[in-house]
Design a protein around this ligand. Structure first.
Ligand SMILES: Nc1ncnc2c1ncn2[C@@H]1O[C@H](COP(=O)(O)OP(=O)(O)OP(=O)(O)O)[C@@H](O)[C@H]1O
Ligand SMILES: [Mg+2]
Length: 360
């Protein structure tokens, strides 16, 4: 069993004067060497969670463990955790060398040892030769690398990264995502990474913790989060999806028939559903296919074509249900459905295992 590196148990945090708690009740177990991303919209409590782990903020109740030690009474500087902030927080009056050396200098480490370590860090972040530069002579991406070098020179057990790539342009951002991921695997340090960008979270993480409104909505691998969203919030937040609402009108052999709001009926695999239950389910746009006639598998709906748009290699089609609700379909452009005749009336179909039933 892998060692637990950071563990939160029922952590609650309310800022004084605020009506709602910023962190309502969070439990989370992060393994040694794991790359965990906290993903969620602005204000959901990501930074507060990191600050509680780092020791800059105290929980009102609940426990925080680092490497199996309860750390509530241990100050930030003794926690063996380092933080990379979004604005880098580098020292503008020091050059690159002194910025990276800062932590070791404080600890009064031997000068030759510091020099050796700093050079090693510069090599790791691919910034050899820049040691004499001042911070304002660096590009955004270079500053980012120096901030990371400064944070890992102390050899922390855990590195906390709060939207560290937010200020970079898209191309550099993508490059830094891969570099950071490689660096993390090479060093074996546990990374807790914060972002509100779902694609970034999918690219980099071993597991993603989706947060909303001070609570964890779902914790899982990128694939689980995308393919099996457990709540409407997660399904909506992670990529495009189509969410349907209906009422169980028949149950038979592990399947049930759901009457949608537009009156049409589809089949679902929905365990534990009884008659008259309201059910929410999601189908990803790339799991839906179009046809001229219904394909009889109990997962087809009559729709009207509204719009088709090319976006690079995929063709995005919008159709409407009988009550006007829009459904999005995404097809590979090279392999698209061709409309015959004049009619805009077509069918959308999916396989039974393409539907994900959610907790309401
Ligand atoms: N010092 C503070 N005093 C009062 N309220 C605060 C304080 N810090 C944060 N909050 C509130 O706590 C909630 C969570 O804030 P937090 O900074 O953790 O969000 P976040 O998920 O990091 O958002 P963003 O993506 O915008 O950085 C917000 O409603 C915020 O207004
Ligand atoms: Mg934040």
């Amino acid at each position: 069993m892998e060692n637990s590196m950071v563990k939160l148990a029922h952590v609650v945090k309310r800022f004084s004067g605020e009506r709602d708690a910023a962190i309502k009740d969070i439990s989370l177990d992060i393994k040694e060497g794991e790359f965990l991303t906290i993903l969620g919209p602005s204000g959901c409590g990501k930074t507060t969670t990191l600050r509680i782990i780092a020791g800059f903020e105290h929980a009102d109740s609940g426990n925080v463990y680092i490497n199996n030690v309860e750390v509530s009474s241990i100050p930030a500087f003794k926690r063996n955790v380092n933080t990379v902030f979004q604005n880098y927080a580098l020292f503008p009056h020091l050059n690159v060398f002194d910025n990276i050396a800062f932590g070791l200098s404080l600890k009064k480490v031997d000068k030759l040892e510091i020099e050796k370590e700093v050079m090693e860090m510069l090599k790791i972040v691919k910034m050899e030769g820049y040691e004499a530069r001042m911070i304002d002579q660096l590009s955004g991406g270079q500053k980012q690398r120096i901030a990371i070098a400064r944070a890992i020179i102390n050899n922390p057990k855990v590195l906390l990264l709060d939207e560290p790539l937010g200020a970079l342009d898209l191309k550099l951002r993508k490059q830094m995502q891969l570099e950071l991921k490689h660096l993390q695997k090479k060093l074996g340090i546990t990374f807790i990474f914060v972002t509100h960008d779902q694609e970034e979270a999918m690219t980099m993480s071993d597991r993603i913790c989706v947060m909303d409104n001070g609570l964890i909505e779902q914790l899982g691998t990128p694939e689980e989060i995308y393919e099996q969203p457990q709540t409407k919030f997660v399904a909506d937040f992670i990529g495009d999806t189509n969410i349907f609402e209906g009422v169980v009108c028949e149950t038979h052999n592990g399947l049930c028939s759901i009457k949608l709001k537009d009156g049409q009926v589809v089949n679902l695999i929905a365990k534990n559903s009884s008659m008259e239950d309201t059910v929410w389910f999601a189908v990803r746009p790339e799991r839906i296919f179009l046809s001229q006639e219904p394909i009889d598998k109990g997962c087809n709906l009559s729709v009207h074509l509204k719009e088709r748009t090319y976006i690079g290699s995929v063709l995005k089609t919008t159709v409407t249900l009988l009550n006007g609700r829009e459904i999005i379909i995404s097809e590979p452009a090279a392999n698209r459905f061709a409309f015959k005749g004049e009619s805009d009336k077509v069918y959308i179909n999916w396989n039974l295992d393409s539907t994900v039933v959610m907790k309401s």
